[in-house]
Ligand binder design. Structure first.
Ligand code: XMP
Length: 519
């Protein structure tokens, strides 16, 4: 079911291919107003049907005068709702409403100072007369659209912010959504609350109430199954569904033998004993290890693990043949529709859903209670639902689990060693208050043996690499500069306590050129 937003006021964001489109949508939601991203060419009457309180036009990589420039339905300017054009968005205002855009003499890129010419402009309400802003554009406005006036300037542009207050149309050349525009949130809040007159009706507490009702209406008296991995998304989806439909939900947890120390137990403790959910626990450790026997190629390992998981999950699901629904923790970024935009290779139609590959004969209907939410909202919802911090703020963990951190062939013994070393890394990072400050921190077992000495004995043992990275989204990452004392402590504990390891090294590679995982 498409969860309706009829209960919330809405800001529609048209996507012209900016790398920041999702950031804008999140900023709107941080102002407690629901936002949705639509393709740039969405017809105006479809937008009107959603009854948005305001429209934001994103930036984008194109030039408005280019042959294949993404252009909106001109009808959007006649909807009689407030519009804010950001960067490429302000150029669209000019292009459609009688102004002019030309290639700039000089690109305006990076930090700049904005001087507010009209402090009465509602966009700049309660903001200082000079603001640090972040620019990223080559084209510039050379003639104002009809009926507009300039309300702020930079040294490079006399039209850095423009308005037609009577028609509620606003345009800014800079990017208020990025952190390098420190008062950007306030400016966006001025648009959303001041100009569009939105209430602050988007909170996770309220969403919890709405989603519970909607799920009850959708599911009725039917049964639901959900694949629980112990990750943030499936955990929050399980807790939400359990609140909505109680024992009509059965969670299926497959232990693939590739989990970290204590993980399988924690899932059983939290969902089984604490929430008292119906939890089907399937221990398939031996099957996975058998299938991985002597496989060294990383891609083959991943494929085997993926296929085996689907096989096991399908067999479990068939035991619940009377269930009508399959629940998934799909998030909003996975379902945003976009159309390819010339000049932006990243903008492609996304493949939906993360449990692709389930056989068609499983005739479940999908229920996706998180499909309207961004990750940080899912975490807030998890807190509302009473999930423990370890689950809500859990670091990303790859589907193939420890298999991609155990380089080369996987064996039960190697997994034992890796699990023990990883538990020390996690424990010490938490104790030193570093764990939740990093995107991911973990141990990797290298297939490298080296000579060491313990007491009077010569050793010839394996090596553990410590990987700690900071990242916003996993696409790029940098290694974390952990204190030497902490590293020393971790290394000393691993080499002393984990039999089979006599050496610890630190991975100081960023992504790119490295990846976060080693396989
Ligand atoms: P890489 O290693 O490509 O990882 O830099 C980027 C992020 O994705 C996670 N990752 C995976 N997650 N299934 C997943 O669900 C996978 O097969 C997988 N491989 C990598 C990785 O942990 C990091 O957060």
């Amino acid at each position: 079911m498409a969860f309706g937003h009829s209960m919330n006021e809405l800001i529609v964001l048209l996507d012209f291919g900016s790398q920041y489109t999702q950031v804008i949508a999140r900023r709107v939601r941080e102002a407690h107003v629901y936002s949705t991203i639509l393709p740039f060419n969405t017809p105006a009457d479809e937008i009107a049907k959603l009854q948005p309180k305001g429209l934001i036009l994103s930036g984008g990589p194109s030039s408005v005068y280019a042959e294949k420039a993404p252009l909106p339905d001109p009808g959007i300017f006649a909807l009689n709702i407030p519009v804010l054009g950001i960067c490429y968005g302000v150029q669209l205002l000019a292009h459609f409403l009688g102004g002019k855009v030309e290639p700039g003499q000089k690109r305006e890129y990076g930090k700049g100072t904005l001087t507010v010419a009209d402090p009465e402009c509602p966009l700049f309400r309660d903001l200082p007369g000079a603001l640090q802003v972040w620019n990223s554009h080559g084209d510039k406005l050379t003639k104002m659209p009809e009926g507009f006036r300039t309300v702020a300037t930079t040294s490079n542009s006399e039209y850095a912010a423009i308005e037609d207050r009577s028609r509620h149309l606003y345009g800014i050349q800079f990017h208020p959504e990025v952190v390098h525009t420190p008062l950007g949130r306030e400016l966006l809040a001025n648009f959303i609350h001041g100009i569009c007159a939105c209430r602050s009706d988007w909170t996770m507490q309220r969403y919890l109430g709405q989603a519970t009702e909607e799920l009850r209406a959708q599911i009725g008296k039917d049964q639901v199954i959900l694949g629980l991995s112990g990750g943030v998304d499936s955990s929050v989806a399980a807790a939400l569904l359990h609140q909505a439909v109680g024992d009509q939900l059965t969670c299926i947890f497959v232990n693939n033998g590739l989990l970290r120390s204590g993980e399988a137990e924690a899932v059983q403790e939290v969902f089984g004993r604490h929430f008292k959910m119906r939890l089907h626990y399937e221990d398939s450790t031996e099957l996975f290890i058998k299938r991985l026997d002597r496989v060294t190629d990383p891609e083959r390992k991943r494929k085997i693990i993926g296929r085996t998981f689907i096989e096991v999950f399908t067999a479990c699901a068939e035991q619940f043949g009377n269930a009508r629904f399959l629940a998934q923790g799909t998030l909003y970024p996975d379902v945003i529709e976009s159309v390819p935009i010339a000049g932006n290779p990243a903008s492609m139609i996304k493949s939906h859903h993360n449990v692709g590959g389930l056989p068609k004969r499983l005739k479940f209907k999908l229920v996706e209670p998180l499909r309207r939410l961004f990750k940080d909202e899912v975490r807030q919802l998890g807190v509302e639902l009473g999930l423990p911090k370890e689950m809500v703020h859990r670091q990303p963990f790859p589907g193939p689990g420890l298999a991609v951190r155990c380089l080369g062939a996987v064996t039960a013994e190697k997994l034992r060693v890796l699990r023990a070393a990883d538990a020390i890394v996690v424990h010490e990072m938490k104790a030193a208050d570093w764990y939740y400050k990093t995107w991911q921190t973990f141990a990797v077992l290298l297939p490298v043996r080296s000579v060491g000495v313990m007491g009077d004995e010569r050793t010839y043992d394996f090596t553990i690499a410590i990987r700690a990275v900071e990242s916003q989204d996993g696409m790029t990452a940098d290694w974390v500069r952990l204190p030497y004392d902490l590293l020393e402590h971790i290394s000393s504990r691993i080499t002393n306590e984990v039999r089979g390891i006599n050496r610890c090294v630190l991975d100081i590679t960023s992504k790119p050129p490295g990846t976060i995982e080693w396989e």
